[in-house]
Design a protein around this ligand. Structure first.
Ligand code: PLP
Length: 714
């Protein structure tokens, strides 16, 4: 079978990618900051420090602001939607917490240096905390917080070009209070205003004058992503040259109040960032973000350490050596918060109290990467997390998958989508099922994508006059939901004013079987889908993202390469039903296990009835155990007396009698020793249990009851 690949450029399925070059450069920037605070060239040539350290390396901190601008403010500037605001709020909160933590960490130092004292007037303290930072380098944190708040506020009021202008003006004012203060002092009228400023903050390098411009420049580049800049290298070169020159001249000929704001700095930062966006580093250090942050936070401790060490060991009296030592010490120190402390945070496995499910997120991660390997390069995985991620907990699973790189999720109903948004999921969320047109504003507010499956439904949504993003669902032969694959039926939807059709998909009815009949049906569905896409293209329709396969479709039809594959059950590490062939093809393992506690045991004489009804009569004396889980917890009553067994350590415990609502009985006769409170594994083999219960694992898992305890481990 041949797959017609998309040839025309007009079809687009956009996908946000991390900028690896930017991520990697964070480390370099952090080292530059350390250099600024250690003057590596001081022992050789003070001039070099002026040109390189105090001028060129000044690009480091603006770079960090631009990273925040690019990833945080940019998406918000593009579309100020619920998930983007959520992300900003979360960022502000975590920065505040971090700032508070390091204020405490550095409190002894800041008291020692006199920046903070107990007898300080409140105004003075506020000035230190809000603008200056409790230690010289910590100004960054209040500056990024204030800057983000200001940028968000301005973007609510004005288009980004105007905001850029406004923040540029702020920056120019800031220049006057920093490296250009020498010129301000020549005009006593203006000087008075600056004197007033300095009542409020010691430096204009702060969240009001400095950070907003760089945040907006980052956002601007986010909006321009993908566009080329002509002569970028030349522009960057000139800008750097300009910065070196400006820094040198100002240092040589003026009395600078402070030397961190330069006129050329925004230009250098802007071109450098553009360069980094294009840069694809060959080797990547995956914890660049964490290490750069902690290098930034912790390096003053190393500076102090090296300073005292140099007093003891005179051969260390070399600025370059001291610089390298400081970097090294800080790297070692950073290992504590990044590698060591998280280990302590990992909680011990909690015991199940009555009945619960244990979710192994490491297994989920592994499954995701295994399935991803099966997909063609251009096909991305859309994680199907409907029905509370098949009973696994949609929020925890989605968060984990998002961290692994998943950027598209699918749910069945609106409420599931909203829950994901409220827990902070940033990726796209497609609602596979029906949402009442009356809830249109919710779909829009939470930035969700609705499936549209008929003309009538499309019209009903369109009449609400709320702009909606949607994917069209086509019925290619399953005959459950979707448009008949008829262009005339579909074309009008693309013209509806309030519907943005960003994708098109269908669902296979028999992709889980490779019988001739099943294959025939599937091939037919694929052909119908592809032909429809072709005809839409001929009609000059940009139908956007395409997707067709679910879990079985990915494994049984690996040659298909649509934009996404909607994978559900395999992510959770089980097949729908036992299948020896597939088991060997797929490297996945179960994410969930169900456990319950043994709450009672007794010996029952021969000839007694066990549980409800009279079907189970003991043939001899038996030891019977009661396990605290039943069909109300999702253990199907149909599993009763099917040969289904539970497990305790190495022992298989045959289930006996009819499964009750809240309890079930097991035969413990052959188990030598088991104490009350023992944790019993309820479904050691999910596929097998599903088959015995005459269903598939999809149903079994998604019906696990809400009253089960949920223990999630990383
Ligand atoms: C549930 C569902 C899926 C996921 O199916 P799995 O077999 O669990 O991978 C994919 N697409 C649609 C439309 C679904 O309803």
């Amino acid at each position: 079978m041949t797959r017609r690949l998309k040839q025309k450029k007009m079809i687009s399925c956009p996908h946000m990618q991390r900028a690896n070059g930017v991520d990697q450069f964070r480390l370099t920037a952090a080292v530059m900051v350390i250099a600024i605070h250690t003057f590596p060239f001081a022992s050789f040539n003070g001039f070099l420090d002026q040109v390189i350290t105090l001028s060129i390396f000044r690009v480091a901190v603006p770079f960090f602001f631009m990273v925040t601008g690019y990833y945080l403010i940019g998406p918000y500037a593009e579309k100020p939607s619920y998930p983007k605001s959520w992300k900003i709020n979360r960022f502000l909160l975590s920065m505040l917490k971090l700032y508070l933590l390091i204020c405490i960490l550095y409190l002894p130092v800041s008291i020692y240096t006199g920046t903070v004292s107990f007898s300080m007037p409140l105004m003075e303290l506020a000035k230190v905390i809000i603008f200056d930072g409790v230690l010289y380098h910590l100004w960054y944190f209040p500056a990024v917080i204030l800057g983000v708040v200001i940028c968000r506020f301005l973007l609510q009021k004005a288009p980004i070009s105007l905001v850029l202008l406004g923040t540029s003006v702020l920056y120019l004012i800031g220049l006057g209070g920093d490296s250009y203060y020498y010129f301000i002092e020549l005009f006593s009228g203006i000087k008075v205003i600056y004197q007033l400023f300095f009542q409020l903050f010691d430096y204009t390098r702060n969240g009001l004058f400095f950070s907003p411009l760089f945040l907006i420049l980052g956002a601007k580049l986010y909006l321009k992503r993908g566009q080329q800049t002509k002569l970028l290298h030349a522009k960057m070169g000139f800008a750097f040259l300009g910065l070196a020159l400006e820094g040198t001249l100002l240092h040589a000929y003026t009395m600078m109040r402070h030397d961190s704001l330069y006129f050329t700095l925004p230009f250098v930062s802007y071109y450098l960032f553009q360069f980094l966006l294009k840069w694809q580093p060959k080797y990547r250090f995956f914890k660049a973000k964490e290490y750069s942050l902690w290098l930034y936070i912790l390096h003053p401790f190393s500076i102090m350490g090296v300073y005292f060490l140099a007093k003891l060991l005179p051969f260390l009296e070399n600025s370059l050596l001291q610089f390298f030592l400081t970097v090294l010490f800080t790297l070692v120190l950073s290992v504590i918060p990044i590698e060591v402390l998280p280990r302590f945070k990992k909680k011990k496995r909690q015991k199940i109290r009555r009945a619960g499910k244990e979710i192994d997120l490491a297994a989920l991660r592994g499954n995701y990467h295994s399935i991803k390997e099966l997909l063609p390069e251009k096909t991305k995985l859309m994680a199907v997390v409907k029905a509370d991620a098949y009973g696994h907990g949609a929020e925890a699973c989605s968060r984990q998958l998002e961290r692994e790189g998943v950027s598209f999720f699918a749910v069945a109903v609106l409420e599931e989508a909203i829950r994901l948004r409220k827990s902070g999921i940033q990726g796209e969320i497609l609602i596979l099922g029906y949402t009442s047109p009356e809830d249109s504003d919710q779909i829009a507010h939470y930035e969700l994508i609705q499936s549209i499956f008929s003309r009538e439904y499309a019209e009903a949504l369109n009449r609400r006059k709320v702009r909606l993003r949607c994917h069209l669902k086509i019925d290619t032969g399953m005959h459950r939901l979707g448009f008949t694959p008829d262009v005339q039926e579909i074309l009008p939807v693309y013209r509806m004013a309030y519907l943005d059709c960003e994708g098109i998909y269908s669902h296979l009815g028999s992709s889980d079987t490779l019988s001739a009949e099943g294959r025939g049906r599937t091939e037919q569905q694929i052909t119908v889908f592809d032909e429809l896409l072709g005809r839409l293209e001929e009609a000059s329709i940009n139908y956007g993202c395409t997707h067709l396969q679910s879990s079985y479709g990915v494994v049984n039809y690996p040659e298909l390469s649509y934009d996404y594959a909607r994978v559900g059950i395999f992510l959770y590490g089980v097949l729908s039903q036992p299948d020896k062939v597939l088991e060997t093809k797929l490297r996945i393992r179960p994410v969930l296990s169900v456990k319950a506690v043994l709450v009672s045991q007794r010996t029952v004489q021969a000839g007694e009835y066990i549980g409800y009804g009279t079907a189970n009569k003991t043939d001899r004396n038996r030891k019977i155990g009661t396990v605290a889980i039943g069909y109300a917890d999702g253990i199907p009553r149909q599993l009763s007396n099917t040969g289904y067994s539970l497990r305790y350590k190495d022992f298989s415990l045959p289930q006996i009698g009819l499964i009750c609502m809240d309890m079930l009985l097991v035969d413990l006769t052959d188990v030598p020793e088991i104490t009350l409170g023992a944790e019993i594994e309820i479904m050691e083999n999910c596929e097998d249990a599903a088959a015995k219960g005459a269903t598939i694992t999809n149903e079994l898992l998604s019906r696990l009851g809400g009253r089960l305890e949920n223990k999630t481990s990383c």
